[in-house]
Structures are given as C-alpha cells and as structure tokens.
Design a protein around this ligand. Structure first.
Ligand code: AQP
Length: 330
C-alpha cells in the first residue's frame, strides 16, 4: 500500500513564484511513489473576503495551473474542495473538539487578523481555519502532508485533534506527518526580502505571479531590492541577494554552492538578468500549457467532476465512521 499525501493551495489570490517553488512544482514528484490527493482549497480562501467572480475564475485557473505544473488527474485525485461536502461536515465536528486557547495561539491567525483593517471585524472562519485544514487531511487518512514551515503549527494541531478524537472514541484517524521538502525554499518578496512572497500582499511590485506578462516579470526582477555591498554572498545580512540566489538555484536545478561559483565574478545586474532568464524559461511554457487547458472548459469540467467523485469515495467512509462513533443516526 502506498502512503497517502494530501495538499492544497487556496485560490485567495493569483498564484506566485513562492507557491510554485514552495509547493506546486514539487507536487508532481509524489505521483509515482504515493497515493496523492491535491485540492484547490476554495473554502479556505473565503476566510478572507473574496470577489465571487474572481474566486470562480481563479479556482479554474488554478486547476489548469496544477495540471500545467505536471499533476496528472489520472494519477492523482485532483478536485475542488467545496465540491466535496464532507470537508465542511468534518470541520464542524473537529471545531467542536478544538479549544479556543489552542486556536488563538496560531501565528497565522494572529498575523492575518492583524492585517485586517481596524474598522472591520475578524471573521470567525479565519479563527477556525486550522480545523478545516485538519478536516482536509484527516478525511483522506493522509499520512504525509507536504507543508512549508509556515504551516507546521497547523499540522501539529491536526495531529493533536486526531489524537484527541482517537483517544475519546477509538482509533478513527491516521496521524499525519509533515513532509518538509528538501527541494523547496521559502521565497521572499522582491521589494521587502524579509517578508514572505504572499499572493494576498497589498504591494504587488515585489511579487512574481505565475501568469504575469514577460515584460512585467523582467521589470520586477530588475527592480528587486538588493543592498549596497556589491558582493554576491549567501547570508542573512543580504536577504535580497540570498532570495535571488535561491530562486536561481531552484530553477536551474543547481546547488547553492554551484550557484555561488557561477556568480563568483559577477555583479548584481548579471544576477538579476540571469534570474529573469530562468524565471521566464520556466514560466512562459507553464503559462502556455495553462492557457491550453483553460481553452477547453468542457474537458476541465469533466476533470474536476471526476476528481470530486474520486475524493468523495475516500472521504465518505471516514466521515461515516466519525458520525457513527459520535452517535449520529446514519
Ligand atoms: N513565499 C513562499 N515560499 C515558499 N512556499 C510558499 N508557499 C506560499 N508562499 C510561499 C506555499 O504554498 C502553499 C500554499 O499556500 P496557501 O495558498 O495555502 O496559503 P499560504 O501559505 O498562506 O500562501 P500565500 O501565498 O501566502 O497565501 P495568502 O496570501 O492567501 O495567505 C503552502 O504549501 C505554502 O507553504
């Protein structure tokens, strides 16, 4: 039996090079050795206010991007989260077992709620986000979850909830583990290289979007913030340079040592020019493949409908087991 993996990205904004290098690009690798379940987690996206038209478009765009990145709907279960009602049902049940104290300690909640305008209220969905993430993972009895460091606290909570439920009602859930990707790296904002490149950041000048035009990508990389040391080193005193080196290394499949050797005699202008080249070499073909998938909406619909059907087949037995253990009449 292959181990099962679950992961997802929220369509809360246009996907960035950070989402790609930290997650999406690595996902196809798992298809051969694992039983993989990948979702466009639109229920998570509405924890922050969304424009319905944009959310709809982005959900389909992301589906096309997942496939363009190499996720094969025949080898993986690829689906849209809101089409599988079991996620919200299990989320409620887990929310009844999660404690206010542990949820309020989540750093992502603190961070995202602090970004909400002071005159606006904080939606309780933002607070409950980790219980939905726990439901996503536990429904499929996933054993591995590829996550960035930023999500490890949520994964820990998922494990706690699974254990708490198992202890109270008998073994129900597998306890998932994080899969911290050795090929990934945290990608930082090009204008503010100590802040993570995030799709919902206000200032778009430091963010490279996967579907962005060539000219605009080149301009953003050329204007990325470096420093006045003028030397290419890989250290935390030069976060802008370090970030560019990481991007270059990942996209050219070189180690950091080899990358440093490559730029030994070169300056920041050459570094930026070469980063532009590797970014465009990767993104332009990805964009082309994505457009091809988007140009066939009938096929796209067949893919997500079939994906949701396959996801339900796995999710329903877990949810039924949970309901049965809780005493619900089935
Ligand atoms: N800058 C990044 N570098 C590396 N990995 C990243 N990820 C996100 N940004 C970077 C990884 O992408 C996956 C999906 O993330 P998500 O959409 O579920 O939410 P997120 O982590 O909160 O990503 P964003 O882009 O910052 O979204 P918003 O702005 O909506 O909050 C995860 O595996 C994450 O590690």
């Amino acid at each position: 039996m292959k181990k099962r993996i679950f992961s997802g990205i929220q369509p809360s904004g246009d996907l960035t090079l950070g989402n790609y290098l930290g997650a999406l690009r690595n996902w196809p690798r798992f298809q051969e050795d694992y039983d993989v379940v990948y979702s466009i987690v639109d229920l998570h996206a509405i924890t922050i206010k969304q424009d319905p038209k944009l959310l709809h478009e982005r959900t389909l765009l992301n589906l096309a991007l997942y496939m363009a990145a190499g996720i094969d709907p025949e080898k993986s279960i690829l689906f849209i989260q809101s089409q599988v009602a079991e996620h919200t049902e299990l989320c409620w049940i887990l929310a009844c077992h999660a404690y206010m104290g542990e949820l309020s300690r989540m750093t992502q909640f603190k961070d995202k709620s602090s970004r909400i305008n002071q005159n606006d209220s904080i939606p309780s969905g933002l607070f409950n986000y980790p219980t939905l993430m726990a439901a996503d993972i536990l429904l499929y009895q996933a054993e591995l979850v590829p996550v960035g460091e930023d999500q490890s606290q949520h994964l820990e909570l998922t494990r706690d909830l699974a254990l708490r439920f198992n202890n109270a009602y008998g073994k129900t859930f597998k306890i998932p583990q994080g899969h911290f990707n050795p090929f990934g790296a945290k990608i930082y904002d090009l204008q503010n290289p100590t802040a993570v490149m995030s799709k919902s950041s206000e200032n778009k000048n430091g963010i490279l979007f996967l579907m962005e035009e060539e000219k605009s990508l080149r301009k953003k990389i050329a204007r990325s913030v470096t420093d006045n040391l003028g030397k290419i080193h890989y250290n935390d005193d030069q976060p802008g340079v370090k970030n560019l080196l990481n991007i270059y290394a990942l996209l050219s499949n070189k180690t950091i040592d080899k990358t440093l050797l490559h730029f030994q005699e070169k300056g920041y202008k050459e570094l930026k020019d070469e980063v532009s080249e590797v970014v465009l070499n990767e993104l332009l073909p990805l964009q082309k493949r994505t457009r091809e998938y988007l140009n066939d909406p009938t096929e796209l619909k067949k893919i997500y409908e079939k994906g949701a059907d396959k996801a339900r087949v796995l999710a329903k037995p877990t949810l039924d087991d949970v309901k049965n253990k809780l005493g619900f009449v089935l």
